[in-house]
Design a protein around this ligand. Structure first.
Ligand code: ARG
Length: 596
């Protein structure tokens, strides 16, 4: 039997078709098919109620008319029942479950089926995007981890994804660093050069702090560092060379973290890349009447929004060029949008950035909308995927004991160290190098997963013990489920990708077999929800429930039974659970294990 991968979408389409047959006003009918609570079958459609209300009909009568008109292909997939005031409950037929498991049984078939959601689209994902001359700290974790998961989810759904690390490499801070480099330590140039060779990023970071404090205290130094910045921006070779060096050591240090997190960018086009593209933007904004001069600066008001209107009590316009003529964060971000539209031909650009930058993105997108509109360009979809703050157990932003930012590299090292203790305890019998490799995957994966399993809009509390635990909705729990299924196959001398172990399978029968099969087919729905909402926690929750359904099945049912037909069907359930867990964890950016 041929069965669609995205079953909810197929039910939705079938219901719309039935609505047309039954003479509904189809423009008013939205089926609203959702995964149902288990006692209501597999899917529920609530749209009949809203439709009946709008058209002043009896909802049960409308539901009956709709059911009578359901197409045969839909009825072959599921049994339907009218419940309550007019809900439609769909229960998938076991043959449909079997067919789904048979048809989407390999990584390739899965990928092809999943890739229909965003086929033909180009998405830019702007994530991580740290500022150079500073180390990444825990505040940079979320953008990197969420951004990578979102990029993978979009690519799995069929989009051409461009991963763009929009680093902050062009701000006032460089004047201060260059000043400090030239002046602050001239008495011991050799020591400075040695430190720069040894721990370059730490040293540049220190120079920035020196430059900053000195400039704060001494207006002459502030002036001098401004002059260094102007020299840099006008192409002075010495300053450009220092600035390049800062960029290189920063990107090399970032790369070490990206390697640990499994991140590979397609482009690292920082703010500086857009420096020669901002003037054209100013001109267009002025000629199209989007921007105006105000107190020497070029600004954009959004009168339709009380917060950004010129009539606001304290007007707070979007400053796109500073009064001193310099470009700022807004100028480069506007030029970036144009580049993404024209050069990458993107349909969508996502900004995975701290939600505290919400105002910036709101004004940026409003400005882009007017600018593109008035210059006759189609506007791409722009979306700020904001996220909350990582908190310590005291409820305040996570810091070290003496109030400093926690370096991301130290945090990841500690995660691996702590995971190591768990592995020593659990799997002491494995060889030393194997335990090390497992600890790396469990440690890093735990940090990623703890972050991803929370709704990204919320703040979350960073708690080591909860994060690196085999209990609850954690990475270790899921990685362990994966390793356990691998060991089932190892013990039977079978291999999960091998169709031979599934031939001659008898139909699913027992309640836990069927319950697991039902959970497996919901993968497509979790994928749909997660792609639509761009919230990875939706996928985390699904994977956690899937692992739970597997565990319930495996506790009750023996896989290594004599009867080859029963054994084959149970092995198939094991293989599919493994495939979907590994695929899902891979979409979240986690590496998995065959042994733990
Ligand atoms: N560098 C910025 C920061 O650290 C984030 C940049 C985000 N991307 C963007 N296109 N504005 O806050």
């Amino acid at each position: 039997m041929s069965v669609p991968f995205h079953l909810a979408a197929a039910l939705d389409a079938g219901l719309k078709q039935a609505a047309a047959t039954a003479g509904f006003d189809v423009a008013l009918f939205v089926p609203e098919v959702r995964v149902a609570a288990p006692q209501h079958g597999d899917f529920q459609a609530n749209g009949v109620l809203a439709y009946a209300k709008q058209t002043k009909q009896n909802p049960r009568a409308a539901a009956q008319a709709l059911v009578a008109a359901l197409p045969a292909e839909l009825l072959a997939l599921a049994e339907v029942e009218i419940a309550g005031p007019g809900f439609l409950n769909f229960t998938l037929r076991p043959v449909a479950l079997e067919a789904w498991l048979a048809n989407f049984g390999s990584a390739t078939t899965l990928k092809t089926a999943a890739a229909t959601l965003l086929a033909g689209q180009t998405w830019v994902v702007d994530y991580s995007s740290p500022n150079t001359a500073k180390q990444m700290h825990v505040g940079h974790l979320r953008s990197a981890v969420i951004g990578e998961a979102v990029a993978r989810i979009a690519a799995f759904a069929g989009a051409r994804v461009i991963r763009d690390n929009h680093i902050g490499d062009w701000g006032t801070s460089f004047g201060k660093i260059i000043w400090a480099y030239k002046h602050a330590l001239t008495t011991d140039r050799a020591a400075l050069e040695a430190a720069l060779a040894d721990t370059p990023l730490e040293e540049f970071e220190r120079l920035y702090k020196v430059g900053n404090t000195t400039a704060d205290a001494d207006p002459a130094v502030l002036e001098a560092s401004r002059a260094e910045l102007v020299k840099l921006q006008s192409g002075d070779p010495e300053n450009i060379a220092i600035w390049r060096r800062i960029g290189e050591v920063s990107v090399a240090a970032f790369q070490k973290i990206y390697d640990q997190l499994g991140i590979q960018f397609d482009h690292t086009l920082g703010e500086s890349f857009y420096n020669d593209k901002v003037t054209a933007v100013y001109t267009e904004l002025v000629t199209s009447g989007v921007a105006e001069e105000s107190q020497g600066a070029l600004v954009v008001f959004h009168d339709e929004n009380p917060r950004y209107s010129r009539l606001a009590e304290r007007p707070n316009p979007f400053i796109v060029r500073k009064a001193d003529g310099a470009a700022n964060y807004a100028s480069t971000d506007l030029a970036t949008i144009l580049y993404r539209a024209e050069h990458f031909r993107a349909d969508t650009a996502l900004y995975v950035v701290d939600k505290r930058q919400g105002d910036h993105f709101e004004q940026l997108f409003l400005t882009a909308q007017k600018w593109f509109g008035r210059t006759g360009r189609p506007l791409l979809r722009l979306e700020h995927l904001g996220f909350g703050t990582v908190l310590g157990e005291d409820g305040r932003p996570l810091k070290t004991r003496n109030g400093e930012n926690i370096k991301l590299k130290d945090l990841l090292a500690e995660a691996v160290e702590r995971a190591r203790r768990l592995v020593e305890e659990k799997s002491g019998e494995l060889a030393e190098h194997e335990r090390g490799a497992i600890a790396e995957i469990v440690g890093i994966g735990s940090v990623q997963y703890a972050d991803l399993s929370q709704n990204r809009s919320s703040d979350y509390t960073f708690a080591w013990d909860k994060m690196i635990s085999l209990e609850g909705n954690t990475a270790a729990y899921l990685l362990y489920a994966v390793a356990r299924i691998h060991s089932i196959f190892r013990k039977l001398g079978a291999s999960p990708g091998d169709a031979a172990s599934e031939t001659g399978a008898s139909p699913l029968e027992t309640p836990t077999e069927l319950a697991l099969a039902r959970k497996l087919v919901q993968f497509a729905d979790a994928q749909t929800q997660c792609t639509a909402s761009l919230r990875p926690h939706v996928l985390c929750l699904y994977l956690y429930e899937l692992a739970g359904a597997f565990s319930a099945f495996y506790t009750v049912e023996k896989v290594a039974v004599e009867d080859p037909a029963i054994r084959a069907r149970r092995l198939r359930l094991c293989a599919r659970t493994l495939l979907l867990l590994e695929t899902g964890l891979g979409l979240l950016g986690l590496r998995t294990l065959v042994r733990m």
